[in-house]
Design a binder for this molecule. Structure first.
Ligand code: JHZ
Length: 394
C-alpha cells in the first residue's frame, strides 16, 4: 500500500534549463510515497521517461574529477574482483566508466542520444533506447548473456522496476554479476538532503527496499558497500537467486541493523525526517534573505539538479542568488527553470568580488574547497545546507 511521504506543487524538471528567461516551462507535482509492502520510497509517476531524459540531456558525469577517479577505480576493482569476459553498462552517459573496458566485449545502453553518440564514437556499441524487455531481448540475441552488468545512477531513474530487474536477470549469465550504484536513502536522510527528491530520481533505495525488489524478481543481494560519492552511494552486488556465490551476511546484516535503527522502513519515522527537511528549506531562504539585506553578493556554485530543486523548493530567485556558475558548456548561458537564476560559465575569475557561494554541488565539497582555497583565504564564504544550514569560512 502506498502512503504519501512528502509532496511539492508545480516543480519543473530539474534539468529542463531555459534558453531564455521568458520561455514557457511545464511544471509537475512531485509526490514522494512510501510502499508498506516493499518499503520502497519513490516518486508517484507522472512524467514520461522521454521528457525526463531527452536527446539533449545536459548532465555530464565527467565534469568532476572526483567522479572521473571514482569510475576509473570502480572499473578496475570490478574487473579484478570478477574478471568478466563481457560487460554491459545500463546508462553510460559520457562513457566515464565504460572507457576502462575493452570495446570488443563491452556494450552500452544510453537513451539520451547526445551521449550515446559519444560512446559509439569511442567504438563501444551503444543502444540509444530505454532499458526494458524489448531492448534486453535484442541485446541477448545479438550479444549473448553477460558476465557483468553495471549501472550507476540509472536503476533509480527507471519506472517499472519489475520489468527492469527481470530484463537484467534474462541478460545475466548463470554466475553473472549485476552491480548497481545509487544514492543511499539512509545517507539522504542523514544529510536532510531534500534536494535529492526530483522527478528524475524515481526510487530512493535503502538496502532493505532494494533487497525486497530483487527477491521479488528472482535476484539476490550478495554484498553491499557504501562509497563516498554523491553524498553517500550504495554499491549493491547482485546475482541470480540460485547462484552459488557466497553471500556476505556480515555486511548485509550490519546495514540492515543500521537502516532499521534509523527507521528507513518505518513510515512514522520517515515522516519525522521529512519535518526536519522542511525546516532546512525554511532556514535556507531566511539566511539568504538576511545576507542579501546586507547587500552582499551571493552566487550559486554548481547548477546541479539539486541546486535547481533547492531554488524551487525554497522559492528562491535571482534577487537572493545573483547567478550560478557551472563548468558544463551545455548548461551555460541558460536559466534555471521557474526560479530563473542565470547560469554563467565558470572561469578562474568567477569568484572575484563574490562574498558568498551557495554550494549547489555540495556533494563535491572537498574538491571545490581545494580548488577555491584562494577565495576562502581572501575572506570568501561558502554556504551549505547539508546536513543543516551553515557558513564555511577560514
Ligand atoms: P552533480 C545528476 O544530479 C543528475 P546533479 C542525475 N539524475 C543523477 O542521478 C545524479 O547526477 C547522480 C558542476 N560542477 O554531479 C557540474 C562545477 O561547476 O552533483 C554539474 O553541473 N564545478 C543523473 O546534477 C554540477 O556542478 C565543479 O567544480 O545534482 C554537479 O552536479 C564541480 C565539482 C561540479 O549532479
Amino acid at each position: 500500500m502506498l502512503k504519501n511521504l512528502i509532496s511539492f506543487k508545480k516543480i519543473p524538471l530539474s534539468n529542463s534549463l531555459l534558453k531564455n528567461k521568458n520561455e514557457n516551462i511545464n511544471c509537475y507535482d512531485l509526490k514522494i510515497s512510501f510502499d508498506e509492502d516493499t518499503k520502497l520510497v519513490s516518486v508517484v509517476d507522472n512524467v514520461s521517461p522521454e521528457k525526463l531524459f531527452p536527446d539533449d540531456y545536459v548532465y555530464d558525469s565527467s565534469q568532476s574529477i572526483t567522479m572521473v577517479n571514482h569510475f576509473k577505480d570502480c572499473a578496475e576493482y570490478l574487473q579484478k574482483r570478477f574478471t568478466p569476459y563481457n560487460t554491459l553498462e545500463i546508462g553510460s552517459n559520457s562513457g566515464i566508466f565504460i572507457r576502462h573496458f575493452n570495446p570488443d566485449t563491452t556494450i552500452a545502453v544510453e537513451p539520451c542520444s547526445n551521449f550515446a553518440e559519444i560512446t559509439n564514437d569511442m567504438e563501444y556499441k551503444t543502444y540509444d533506447n530505454f532499458w526494458g524487455k524489448d531492448l534486453s531481448e535484442l541485446i541477448r540475441q545479438k550479444h549473448g548473456k553477460m558476465d557483468l552488468i553495471f549501472s550507476a545512477n540509472t536503476i533509480s531513474h527507471i519506472q517499472g522496476l519489475d520489468e527492469c530487474l527481470t530484463s537484467v536477470k534474462k541478460c545475466l549469465n548463470e554466475d553473472g554479476i549485476f552491480v548497481v550504484e545509487c544514492p543511499s536513502f539512509l545517507e539522504v536522510l542523514k544529510g536532510n538532503a531534500f534536494d535529492q527528491f526530483y522527478h528524475e530520481h524515481q526510487s530512493y533505495f535503502s538496502m532493505i527496499s532494494f533487497r525486497n525488489l530483487l527477491e521479488k524478481n528472482g535476484l539476490k543481494l550478495f554484498d553491499i558497500e557504501l562509497v563516498p560519492v554523491h553524498g553517500g552511494t550504495y554499491r549493491f552486488f547482485v546475482c541470480n537467486q540460485d547462484s552459488s556465490i557466497d553471500v556476505n551476511y556480515d555486511n548485509i546484516n550490519k546495514w540492515e541493523k543500521e537502516e532499521k535503527q534509523f527507521g528507513v522502513d518505518s513510515y512514522d519515522k520517515l515522516k519525522d525526517r521529512m519535518s526536519i527537511m522542511k525546516q532546512n528549506m525554511v532556514d535556507i531562504k531566511n539566511t539568504l534573505q538576511k545576507i542579501k539585506s546586507e547587500n552582499k553578493t551571493v552566487i550559486g556554485y554548481g547548477a546541479s539538479a539539486k541546486f535547481i530543486q533547492v531554488s524551487n523548493m525554497c522559492d528562491l530567485n535571482a534577487s537572493l542568488i545573483d547567478y550560478v556558475i557551472d563548468t558544463t558548456p551545455d548548461k551555460q548561458n541558460k536559466y534555471t527553470p521557474k526560479s530563473k537564476i542565470p547560469i554563467k560559465k565558470y572561469d578562474e575569475k568567477s569568484l572575484e568580488n563574490v562574498d558568498y557561494c551557495f554550494l549547489g554541488a555540495w556533494n563535491f565539497s572537498s574538491e571545490i574547497m581545494e580548488k577555491e582555497n584562494k577565495f576562502l583565504r581572501s575572506g570568501g564564504k561558502f554556504i551549505t545546507h547539508i546536513p543543516k544550514l551553515r557558513v564555511i569560512e577560514l
